[in-house]
Design a protein around this ligand. Structure first.
Ligand code: MEV
Length: 316
C-alpha cells in the first residue's frame, strides 16, 4: 500500500457479433495490444482520493457523470477491502479514443482493478477481474454482454458467448484489418437500448437480424480457421446489413464503408456499439490497407489503425 502500484489493459475490436452477443449469440473479438491504457495508484496521506486523467482531474467523487461507473467500482473495492477512506492519486494514462467502440470503459476498469488489487496487496483471479469490471460496465452500458471486459483482459482473439468462459481462437490470416474512427462519439448504452426497443416494437425484424448475425459469426469462425479472406469480407458486408436493420449504424459509418469498399476492401462494417464510433474493413494486403487509409483520410478521417489478422502476445 505504501509503494505506487500499476495495472494495464488495451483496446479491443469486435470482429463480428456486436449487439447479437447481448442476446446469447456468439461474437469474435480481438485485443489491440498496440493501443494501451495504464493506471497508477500512489498513496496520499491527506485522505483525498484524486483522479488524474485527460478528461478530468480532481476529487474522484466530484467528477462528471461519465465517472459514475468507475466511482462505483472503486467504492465497492475499497469497502470490500476495508479501506473506504484511504487517500490516493489514481492516474489514468490512455491511448484509447473514448466512446469509439474500442472498449475504452472496459479497458479503464480492467486497468484500475489490476492497479488497485496490487496497491492493496490482494490476489486477483481472472474470474474476479471479469466480475469486478462488470460493476462499472453495468452502470455505463445497462446490459453488457461482458465481451468488452473479456477482450480488454485477453491476450488472444476470443470466441465469446455470454455466461460462458471466453475461448481463445488464435488465428494467422493473410489479411489486414483497417480500423477507422468516424470522429463521432459512439453511444453503446443508447445503441443497446435501441436494439432492445426494436425487439419490443418489431420482434420479427430484430430476431431475424440477431439470428442472422449469430449465423454469420459461426461462418466467420470457419473462414478465419481456413484463411478464407474473401469469404470473411462478404460476411462483414452481410453483418453490416443486419446491423443497419437493428438501427445502430450512422450516416458517417455508411459513407466510410462505401469509401473502403470502393478502394479495395473485401468487406466493411461497424465495430462495437455503433451509432458513431469506428468502422473496420478487411484488406487483402498491406498496400491495399494503406490505399484505404489514404482514401479515408481524403474524406476527412483523422484516425485509423492497421492490424495484421494474426494474434500477438500481450503482456499486462
Ligand atoms: C459493445 O462493444 C458491444 C455490444 O455488443 C454491447 C455488449 O456486448 O455489451 C454493443
Amino acid at each position: 500500500m505504501d509503494t505506487p502500484a500499476s495495472g494495464s489493459s488495451h483496446a479491443k475490436i469486435i470482429l463480428i457479433g456486436e449487439h447479437s452477443v447481448v442476446y446469447h449469440q456468439p461474437a469474435i473479438a480481438l485485443p489491440l495490444p498496440a493501443v494501451r491504457e495504464s493506471v497508477t495508484i500512489a498513496r496520499r496521506e491527506d485522505g483525498i482520493q484524486q483522479l488524474i486523467s485527460r478528461y478530468y482531474t480532481g476529487a474522484r467523487q466530484a467528477g462528471p457523470s461519465q465517472l459514475a461507473g468507475i466511482n462505483q467500482l472503486i467504492d465497492d473495492l475499497l469497502v470490500r477491502f476495508n479501506v473506504p477512506n484511504i487517500g490516493f492519486d489514481l492516474t489514468i494514462n490512455s491511448h484509447l479514443p473514448a466512446e469509439r467502440g474500442m472498449g475504452s470503459s472496459a479497458a479503464t476498469a480492467v486497468a484500475i482493478i489490476r492497479a488497485l488489487y496490487r496497491f492493496l496487496n490482494q490476489p486477483l483471479s481472472h474470474e474476479q477481474l471479469l466480475a469486478d469490471a462488470n460493476i462499472s460496465e453495468k452502470i455505463i452500458h445497462g446490459n453488457p454482454s461482458g465481451i468488452d471486459v473479456a477482450t480488454a483482459s485477453a491476450t488472444n482473439p476470443i470466441w465469446f458467448i455470454t455466461g460462458t468462459q471466453p475461448i481463445s481462437i488464435p488465428f494467422h490470416l493473410h489479411g489486414y484489418l483497417v480500423v477507422a474512427d468516424t470522429g463521432v462519439h459512439g453511444q453503446t448504452g443508447l445503441a443497446v437500448k435501441a436494439v432492445a426497443s426494436l425487439r419490443e416494437r418489431e420482434p420479427q425484424v430484430a430476431e431475424t437480424a440477431i439470428k442472422g448475425l449469430g449465423q454469420l459469426t459461426y461462418a466467420a469462425k470457419s473462414a478465419l480457421a481456413n484463411d478464407h479472406l474473401t469469404e470473411l469480407g462478404t460476411i462483414f458486408d452481410r453483418a453490416q446489413h443486419f446491423l443497419k436493420q437493428l438501427g445502430v449504424s450512422h450516416p458517417r459509418l455508411d459513407e466510410m464503408i462505401t469509401v473502403a469498399n470502393r478502394n479495395g476492401a473485401l468487406g466493411a462494417k461497424l465495430t462495437g456499439g455503433g451509432m458513431g464510433g469506428c468502422m473496420i474493413c478487411l484488406a487483402p494486403d498491406e498496400a491495399t490497407a494503406t490505399q484505404i487509409r489514404l482514401a479515408l483520410a481524403n474524406q476527412g478521417v483523422t484516425q485509423s489503425w492497421v492490424q495484421p489478422l494474426k494474434s500477438e502476445e500481450n503482456k499486462s
